[in-house]
Design a protein around this ligand. Structure first.
Ligand code: C5P
Length: 237
């Protein structure tokens, strides 16, 4: 498949059209952003690490029966994906309290959430991704009740598969964000799953191995992502 022109430039990825209208190329850049794009830095190797990490995780999810947009790894920082009609809503599951939940509710970071929580956020940087709910999504036409029910079901399935994957490798999947889209009428997992969009802690030391290292200025960001990959048995080449 032939890569054509840039369709969209996001904060960390660029999207290109191809000669087939059903497929796109995602290019993972080294750009790393925080605080709704207010801070952006280049981190060497991050594009390659996230591209390969995302491909590895999405393949695990496909194997577990979860439909994803992934088609084929094209190179170090590019992947071929299905062209989805994206739903502008982010699905977040939390297994442990961290991040905005701690700020919003004043609860203790690291508290185990039983049952785990599910939240919806509108994808809108200018409004700082406000929290929304099913009825707001339906009223404004962002997603139907049926689409949201399927997105929620798939997000819980992803949590089951990945919590075990990380746990087996000595890590906690603290929380994560997923985005979905429609492909020929079916809800399909889109965007990416990488340490940019989830929280992963070492099970024993609680060392942060995700983008919080960047947000909190802890350093060793890409090194931490590489450590997670290595622990999962992913060879980054
Ligand atoms: O910031 P908050 O605690 O709500 O984030 C929950 C999870 O969703 C974290 O893993 C974070 O990395 C991810 N997230 C994201 N993109 C956003 C907001 C949150 O990947 N725009």
């Amino acid at each position: 498949m032939e890569k054509r022109q840039e369709l969209y430039r996001g904060k960390a990825k660029s999207v290109y059209t191809t000669d087939n209208p059903d497929y796109l190329v995602l290019h993972f850049r080294n750009d790393t952003s925080a605080f709704d794009g207010e801070r952006i830095e280049q981190l060497a190797r991050k594009g390659m690490v996230n591209n390969k990490f995302n491909h590895f995780i999405m393949n695990k999810l496909e194997a577990a029966g979860i439909p994803t947009q992934i088609e084929k790894l094209l190179g170090d920082d590019e992947v071929l994906v299905k062209k989805l009609d994206m739903i502008p809503v982010e699905c977040v599951i939390r297994n442990y309290a961290a991040g905005s939940l701690v700020r919003r509710l004043g609860v203790e970071e690291g508290k185990k959430l039983e049952p785990q929580t599910f939240e919806l956020f509108l994808k809108n940087d200018a409004l700082h991704d406000p929290m929304v709910n099913d009825s707001l999504c339906a009223a404004f036409g962002w997603a139907t009740e049926a689409q949201l029910a399927r997105m929620k079901e798939l997000t819980y399935q992803v949590n089951q598969v990945l919590s075990k994957l990380f746990d087996d490798a000595g890590m906690l999947l603290v929380d994560f964000k997923l985005e979905f889209g429609l492909f020929k009428g079916e809800i399909v997992l889109g965007d990416e799953f990488s340490p940019d969009g989830c929280r992963i802690w070492d099970k024993d030391t609680k060392k942060k191995l995700d983008k919080d290292r960047f947000r909190q200025g802890l350093g060793g960001v890409v090194e931490a992502y590489e450590e997670v990959a290595a622990r999962l048995g992913l060879d980054l080449g």
